[in-house]
Design a binder for this molecule. Structure first.
Ligand SMILES: Cc1cc2nc3c(=O)[nH]c(=O)nc-3n(C[C@H](O)[C@H](O)[C@H](O)COP(=O)(O)O)c2cc1C
Length: 219
C-alpha cells in the first residue's frame, strides 16, 4: 500500500437507518436524541465537534472544540477571542459544526451564524472550570500565537499559579469567552450499505408548524 493509494481501506456501513417518519420534526430534538444515544453507547469524545470557519478572504480553517451546551438559542462553545477562530468569526460570523461518531456511523452538520455570548454568561462558565484551566486560559494567549518553548509556557503557568496562590476568585480574561451558533440548517447522516447513505436535511420553512421542513439528500 502506498500513501497515494488508500483504496483498500473500505468500510461498509450498516448500523442503522434514517427515515423521515422516524425523526423528530424539530432538529434540536433530533440532535439531542442522537447525542443521548452517543452517550449511552459511550462513544469516544461525544462532545467533540469540528468547527469550520472562514476568514475575511474566504480561506477556511477547521479545528476541534467541545460542545458545552445546546438549547433553543443554539450551540455553545468556549475559546480565546484572539485565536484564529476568533479572528475568523469577527470577520465572517458564519460557521459549521460537525460531529462524527464513527462507532455509530453517524455525522451531524449544523450550519449557522455565530455570536459571542454575554460577558456574564462567559464569566459564570469560566468560574465552573477547574482552577488549572482558569490559569491556563490566562497564560495561553494569544491562542495559536508562537511560543519559544514548552518550558516557557510551563514557567508562565507556574508563575501565575504562584502569584494567584491566595486568590480564590480568579478573574476571567477579557479575551476568553463563549460563542453561540444559531442554526440555520442541520444535516443528519447515517451510513448505509453500498454507499447509499441516508441524509436528512432540516431547512427553515415558515409554512411549517415547527419552522422546519425535512428533505432527503442524495448520498
Ligand atoms: C478534543 C479536543 C477538544 C478541544 N476543545 C477546544 C475548545 O473547547 N476550545 C478551544 O478553544 N480549543 C479547543 N481545542 C483546541 C483546538 O482544536 C485548536 O487547537 C485551538 O482552539 C486553536 O485553534 P484556532 O487557532 O483555529 O482558533 C480542542 C482540541 C481537541 C483535540
Amino acid at each position: 500500500m502506498s500513501v497515494k493509494d488508500l483504496s483498500e481501506l473500505r468500510q461498509n456501513y450498516g448500523k442503522g437507518s434514517l427515515q423521515v417518519h422516524d425523526v423528530s420534526a424539530d432538529p434540536l430534538d433530533q440532535f439531542l436524541k442522537w447525542l443521548d444515544h452517543a452517550l449511552q453507547a459511550q462513544v469516544t469524545e461525544p462532545y467533540a465537534m469540528t468547527l469550520a470557519t472562514a476568514d475575511g478572504n474566504g480561506r477556511p480553517h477547521a479545528r476541534t472544540v467541545l460542545l458545552r451546551g445546546a438549547d433553543a438559542n443554539g450551540f455553545y462553545f468556549y475559546s480565546n477571542y484572539d485565536s484564529q477562530k476568533g479572528q475568523d468569526l469577527a470577520a465572517n460570523p458564519y460557521a459549521e459544526l460537525l460531529f462524527f461518531w464513527p462507532a455509530l456511523e453517524q455525522q451531524v452538520r449544523i450550519h449557522g451564524s455565530v455570536e459571542r455570548i454575554s460577558e456574564q454568561e462567559s464569566t459564570a462558565y469560566y468560574h465552573k472550570r477547574p482552577r488549572d484551566s482558569q490559569i491556563a486560559a490566562h497564560v495561553s494567549t494569544p491562542q495559536s500565537g508562537i511560543i519559544e518553548s514548552r518550558e516557557l509556557l510551563e514557567q508562565r503557568f507556574a508563575d501565575l499559579n504562584h502569584q494567584l496562590e491566595h486568590t480564590t476568585n480568579i478573574e476571567k480574561p477579557v479575551f476568553w469567552g463563549g460563542y453561540c451558533l444559531k442554526p440555520n440548517s442541520y444535516e443528519f447522516w447515517q451510513g448505509r450499505p453500498n454507499r447509499l447513505h441516508d441524509r436528512l436535511k432540516y431547512i427553515p420553512d415558515s409554512l411549517s408548524d415547527t419552522g422546519w421542513r425535512i428533505e432527503r439528500l442524495m448520498p
